[in-house]
Write a protein that binds this ligand. Structure first.
Ligand SMILES: *[C@@H]1O[C@H](CO)[C@@H](O)[C@H](O)[C@H]1NC(C)=O
Ligand SMILES: *[C@@H]1O[C@H](CO)[C@@H](O)[C@H](O)[C@H]1NC(C)=O
Ligand SMILES: *[C@@H]1O[C@H](CO)[C@@H](O)[C@H](O)[C@H]1NC(C)=O
Ligand SMILES: *[C@@H]1O[C@H](CO)[C@@H](O)[C@H](O)[C@H]1NC(C)=O
Ligand SMILES: *[C@@H]1O[C@H](CO)[C@@H](O)[C@H](O)[C@H]1NC(C)=O
Ligand SMILES: *[C@@H]1O[C@H](CO)[C@@H](O)[C@H](O)[C@H]1NC(C)=O
Ligand SMILES: *[C@@H]1O[C@H](CO)[C@@H](O)[C@H](O)[C@H]1NC(C)=O
Length: 532
């Protein structure tokens, strides 16, 4: 039985063993099943429907749930996304995959694209990109955070004019980090109708050793591809240079080569990790594969997020499957929803390296047909499901491998605007555990106690203590944690309250400050002995 904050969860409260009234503080989500979708999509709740909390300054999106079929979903615990949220810096955000309640956000990181757990040195860490988004490219660093959200590494490019771009931050199997880079270069652009001293935005990538920060491999698109291969906009002299290549994903294979995606060349290519040459490419002007699917395996365009389904692919294998998000257009040409042609979709293709043939295995269109001109990703989940983040269309859909919709949600209304709406770059789903070093947060407002703990994944209930002397609080009751913020009507007439976070074994993980119910004043630094 699914329970969204404030809907089914409210009724579930009556099943609690504790005698105390308990209310969920999170604002209820909207559901197409109960007819909320029209108003939501008409913008009745804003361009970026959002909710605020009492015990936290964070804002988070108010989702619209179009489809929710837990029995068809993969079972990973959390969803990772960096949506733009009203009046808040873009941030990595983590939501419960079970009820979509907020679990973690920290706008202080800034940027936040590509939030996802990755393995480094045998351990799973939260990784994010932070930095300055220059609209279309960025300069910053890739961060590796431990299970307490402490930054272990901040990895950026070395010896290039700008830092790590926001399109990719992939940790390799062997202790490296793949970073994209965009920088301006004076270049002979006569081949595309420009001057001999034109300006281009070249795409480079570096593999950086995470521990030492040293460059293991560096590659520049201009050394291996021709400007005439670009399908991007015609050459124009722009301040940052003509964006002819637009690389947006890199993956290092076990044998040391690199699968890259060039949006503006409409190509996926395997780059030789020794000399930087193309080993093979699918799509684009020099496509090497015969298309067994009437062109539908190779006519993708402006695509994102290319990954091998089986990450153990090496050169010499006779076949491989690749997943990616095919935007299909560079500029909007069709409406979302109700796209009629050139609609965006997730794609899974199979390459046969003996016969040099390619076949479309699966494609996943949005249930309402959308066209997203930029961003987006395809996360292939362990059970084979496809999690598609639609990029500039503010939706996320999980499909089973045979194309059924397991989940379809929105974090903003449909819009044909090309800018200014809610977007997300890539969306991931993964198991995740964390316990922050900061304590849970308490607030009292209108004689209700509110409690939340940003970033904590292991809390199952809250133990409430109260008293008239803040130094001698007595344990009163326990209430179940549901959603990001729990609202607790005072369980006694006490003046002061404190709440302890309990895990599934009933152990106290951390305690809030003491709050005075009448005034909301917090007695910081006077945390008291546990009542156990
Ligand atoms: C954020 O939410 C508030 C309250 O629902 C709403 O009035 C506002 O329009 C939203 N902001 C945006 C940018 O949508
Ligand atoms: C990698 O893991 C090993 C074994 O747990 C540990 O001893 C070593 O310090 C780790 N190295 C880094 C760079 O974290
Ligand atoms: C990461 O390093 C870059 C420079 O290398 C710096 O500009 C940035 O502030 C650092 N980020 C954090 C979160 O420390
Ligand atoms: C620029 O490239 C063109 C070919 O497109 C070539 O003919 C010309 O000599 C080049 N100019 C310079 C200065 O290298
Ligand atoms: C990669 O380049 C090296 C050096 O040129 C070459 O020896 C090797 O055969 C190439 N690998 C592939 C798979 O083409
Ligand atoms: C989750 O699904 C995977 C298959 O994708 C399965 O191996 C695993 O046992 C499942 N875990 C749980 C907790 O159900
Ligand atoms: C609070 O005080 C009122 C009036 O004295 C009493 O009726 C009520 O039962 C008390 N509530 C609790 C939870 O102790």
């Amino acid at each position: 039985m699914s329970s969204f904050p404030g809907v089914a969860a409210y009724f579930a409260a009556s099943l609690l063993v504790c005698p105390v009234a308990w209310v969920l503080a999170d604002t209820p989500y909207f559901r197409a099943a109960t007819g909320d979708d029209e108003a939501y999509n008409a913008g009745a709740y804003g361009d970026k429907p959002n909710q605020t909390y009492h015990s936290s300054d964070l804002r988070s999106p108010r989702f619209l749930i179009n489809a929710w079929r837990p029995e068809a979903m993969s079972n990973e615990s959390h969803i990772f996304i960096s949506p733009s949220v009203s009046k808040q810096h873009r941030s990595p955000m983590i939501f419960s995959a079970k009820d979509l309640s907020l679990v973690y956000a920290d706008p202080n990181w800034g940027g936040g694209s590509n939030p996802t757990p990755q393995i480094f040195n045998g351990t799973k860490y939260l990784t994010i990109w932070t930095g300055t988004d220059m609209k279309g490219w960025g300069t910053g660093g890739g961060l590796i955070l431990d299970e307490s959200y402490n930054m272990l590494y901040n990895i950026t490019t070395n010896g290039l004019p700008t830092g790590a771009d926001n399109h990719e931050f992939q940790l390799t199997h062997d202790g490296g980090a793949m970073l994209n880079n965009y920088h301006t270069k004076t270049y002979n652009v006569t081949s595309v109708g420009g001057p001999e001293d034109g300006r281009i935005q070249d795409c480079a990538f570096q593999e950086i050793d995470v521990v030492t920060g040293e460059v293991r491999f560096e590659w520049h698109a201009t050394d291996h591809f021709e400007l005439t291969e670009s399908f991007g906009d015609a050459y124009q002299d722009r301040e940052n240079g003509w964006d002819w290549f637009h690389m947006n994903s890199i993956f290092k294979t076990l044998d040391g080569n690199y699968l890259i995606s060039s949006r503006h060349l409409r190509t996926l290519a395997l780059i030789n990790g020794t000399d930087g040459s193309r080993i093979w490419q699918v799509g684009g002007k020099h496509n090497m594969f015969e298309d067994l699917s009437d062109g539908k395996a190779t006519d993708f365009a402006y695509q994102h997020h290319a990954r091998f389904v089986d990450e153990s692919y090496t050169v010499g294998d006779s076949s491989a499957e690749i997943t990616f998000y095919n935007n299909q257009v560079m500029h909007p040409t069709s409406h979302s929803p109700g796209c009629k042609m050139d609609c965006s979709r997730g794609m899974r293709i199979a390459l046969d390296f003996d016969a040099m043939k390619v076949r479309l295995v699966r494609e996943f269109y949005h249930p309402r047909s959308v066209q997203a001109w930029a961003q987006g990703g395809y996360h292939s989940l362990p059970n084979g499901n496809a999690l598609i983040g639609w990029g500039t269309v503010p939706a996320v859909t999980e499909f089973t491998l045979n194309g059924e919709v397991a989940m379809d949600i929105q974090f903003g209304p449909w819009s044909d605007a090309w800018d200014g709406l809610a977007t997300s770059y890539r969306v991931f789903k993964s198991n995740f555990k964390a316990q922050p070093p900061w304590p849970p947060s308490i607030a009292a407002f209108d004689s209700i106690i509110y409690v939340s703990w940003n970033g904590a994944t292991e809390v199952v209930s809250w133990a409430v203590s109260g008293g008239d002397d803040p130094l001698t609080l007595q344990g009163i009751t326990q209430v179940e944690k549901k959603g990001f913020e729990t609202a607790i009507p005072p369980p006694s007439n006490a003046s002061y309250f404190r709440v302890d976070a309990l895990n599934s074994a009933g152990n106290v993980l951390a305690s809030t400050d003491v709050v005075e119910l009448a005034t909301g004043t917090k007695l910081a630094g006077k945390r008291l002995p546990k009542y156990f």
